[in-house]
Ligand binder design. Structure first.
Ligand code: CA
Ligand code: CA
Ligand code: CA
Ligand code: CA
Length: 299
């Protein structure tokens, strides 16, 4: 297999026209530099699982669908503190599962329609995600804990960010860029250092926040376009601020406790605010600002 691989490399070097067909499977190269494991994809689609290895604390990189890792189907690394991914062009698909990362998780998916799923993983320091161009998806689920900040950038394209069954202990900034984007926060908790900022940019976006609790301020800015915001079974222990932006926006609030200041602003355009089920605003209006502004229809 490795001989075949060397032959393919030689062929590719001899004839640039063969690049895409000869290396269609794609290859990932990995270097451990100190405690930083740097994973670099090529310009083809790279599918990769990064999971806990057989030995205690080891990380296993497993190529999927014929993808190789430094020429092998699977490689293990010990002593990894930071995981740093740059997946290159091509539509890449990365699963990170069951890891304890003592330092950072930094992911750049770059061009192509990319997918990153993080499951049951603890990141002790910072998590960053950059989808690059294309329609990109970032999902954290199944018991993830981010002990410091999360910063995710979608850029152009229709991006999807999902935080499900996840706990965050630091600042959260989700910016999906332009394009019709979706942000879902479900069954998650954000502690008293976790200020949350969501910005969905131009075009028609959707933000769904449900079954979650926030112990610090939450700020949602939907930008231009006909946007939809849905809040269901949420406890905002501190301030909540929503700017629906220009164009015709829908905001649906169902079974939500607002404990401190609330500002829901429809912006310009024909906007609809629907308050459903039990929606609780702070009792003492002298001490709290509650502003529901610029909605044409309220129910
Ligand atoms: Ca790639
Ligand atoms: Ca991308
Ligand atoms: Ca986008
Ligand atoms: Ca928008």
């Amino acid at each position: 297999m490795r001989t075949l691989f060397a032959c393919l490399i030689a062929l590719v070097l001899a004839s640039p026209a063969l690049t895409s067909s000869a290396l269609a499977a794609g290859d990932v190269s990995v270097v451990l530099n100190g405690r930083v494991l740097r994973v670099v994809g090529d310009d083809q689609p790279n599918a990769l699982d990064i999971v806990s290895g057989a030995e205690n604390g080891e990380i296993a990189l497993i190529g999927i669908d014929g993808i190789t890792v430094n020429g092998f189907a699977r490689l293990n690394f010990a002593g990894v503190g930071t995981l740093n991914l740059a997946m290159g062009a091509g539509s890449d698909d990365v699963l990170i599962a069951d890891l304890l990362l003592l330092r950072d998780l930094r992911v750049r998916m770059e061009d192509g329609h990319d997918v990153l799923v993080v499951e049951n993983t603890v990141v002790r320091r910072r998590m960053t995600f950059d989808g690059g161009d294309g329609h990109d998806r970032f999902t954290a689920r199944a018991g993830c804990v981010f002990r410091r900040s999360i910063r995710a950038n979608g850029r152009d394209g229709q991006d999807e960010f999902v935080l499900r069954d996840t706990r965050v202990l630091g600042r959260v900034r989700l910016a999906t860029g332009d394009g019709n984007d979706l942000v879902v926060i479900d069954r998650s908790a954000f502690n008293r250092f976790a200020m949350v900022n969501i910005r969905t940019g131009e075009d028609a976006d959707e933000v769904r926040i449900q079954h979650s609790v926030f112990f610090l301020n939450v700020n949602v800015s939907m930008g231009d376009g006909d946007d939809y915001t849905y809040l269901h079974d949420v406890d905002f222990e501190e301030d909540f601020d929503l700017e629906a932006g220009r164009d015709d926006d829908d905001v649906h609030v169902d079974h939500v406790d607002f404990d401190e200041d609330v500002e829901l602003d429809g912006g310009s355009g024909h906007d609809r605010l629907e308050l459903d089920g039990h929606v609780e605003f702070p009792d003492d209006h002298d001490d709290h600002d509650v502003e529901l502004r610029r909605f044409e229809h309220r129910s």
